[in-house]
Ligand binder design. Structure first.
Ligand SMILES: C[S@@+](CC[C@H](N)C(=O)[O-])C[C@H]1O[C@@H](n2cnc3c(N)ncnc32)[C@H](O)[C@@H]1O
Length: 244
């Protein structure tokens, strides 16, 4: 969908309609921009998140806020034979891309469905494990998102929540580098693709995102037995490792 004058307005983080519209619009360019803006490193961080789950054949795993299916497709290789990976996303555009990718490997036990990560309607304890990459920051209520994630896991099931890390010291080197990266690289590159407002949203969404220690507290409050936030990429990214 071509960008319109309307979409050059700032996008409000936490507004589910605006966030869904954003991801519908960027879906066709999303994978290409991700590779470009992270120099492909997002694949490494996603594999690091999946490693915490230690997926096994026969397991049922969830990829919440799955987007175009990067994590679901990797996990589907690991649950064969007998397992299943279910990818859920609120927006249809990324799901279409995910289904196209899955169709190229028809032997993979993976399905993609439209659903709200805050209220999936799956049964309690449905999943042996779950991931959510770059999703929690986009939810209107991260605490509710963690509560739903906990509800979906069997007791002892593991989850990994990967996202940008919000540095604790906004004046520190890590935060300054992050601002520089977002403002001087991400937004200008996105502008060339006609998606400036969509990527300017990244910094705004990060400003309201809990820090690692705050995420740990939210997860424990949501009922997880264990919650440990580990920074990646020199503090630019973080993965919240959870045990239900
Ligand atoms: C930044 S993308 C991440 C996609 C993918 N996990 C990845 O790492 O490449 C965030 C995704 O979260 C989805 N999303 C946002 N709010 C959601 C919600 N309430 N329920 C389900 N998905 C949601 C968006 O549609 C989008 O595809």
């Amino acid at each position: 969908m071509p960008p319109s004058a309307e979409t050059s307005q700032p996008i409000a983080p936490g507004d589910p309609e605006a966030v869904r519209d954003l991801f519908e619009r960027i879906a066709p360019a999303y994978d290409r921009l991700n590779d470009l803006l992270s120099l492909g490193l997002h694949r490494l961080w996603k594999r690091q998140a999946i490693a915490w789950l230690a997926p096994k054949p026969g397991q049922r795993l969830l990829d919440l806020c799955c987007g175009t299916g990067d994590l679901a497709l990797v996990m589907a290789e690991k649950v064969r034979p007998g397992g299943l990976v279910l990818g859920l996303d609120a927006a249809e555009g990324p799901l279409q891309q995910a289904r196209l990718r899955a169709a190229r490997s028809p032997w993979l036990p993976v399905q993609f469905q439209q659903a709200d990560a805050l209220q999936t309607e799956l049964a309690v304890g449905w999943a042996d494990g779950a991931v959510m990459a770059y999703g929690l920051r986009n939810l209107s209520d991260p605490a509710l998102g963690l509560a739903e994630l906990h509800r979906l896991l069997r007791p002892g099931g593991r989850a990994a929540v990967l996202d940008f890390n919000r540095p604790e010291d906004p004046a520190g080197l890590t935060a300054r580098f992050q601002r520089l990266y977002l403002r001087q690289l991400v937004v200008p590159m996105a502008r060339r693709a006609g998606l400036e407002a969509q990527y300017a949203y990244l910094e705004d969404s990060l400003a309201r995102f809990p820090t690692g220690p705050q995420q740990e507290q939210l997860a424990l409050g949501a009922g997880f037995q264990q919650a440990h936030h580990q920074t990646l990429a020199g503090g630019q990214m973080g993965v919240l490792q959870l045990v239900a």
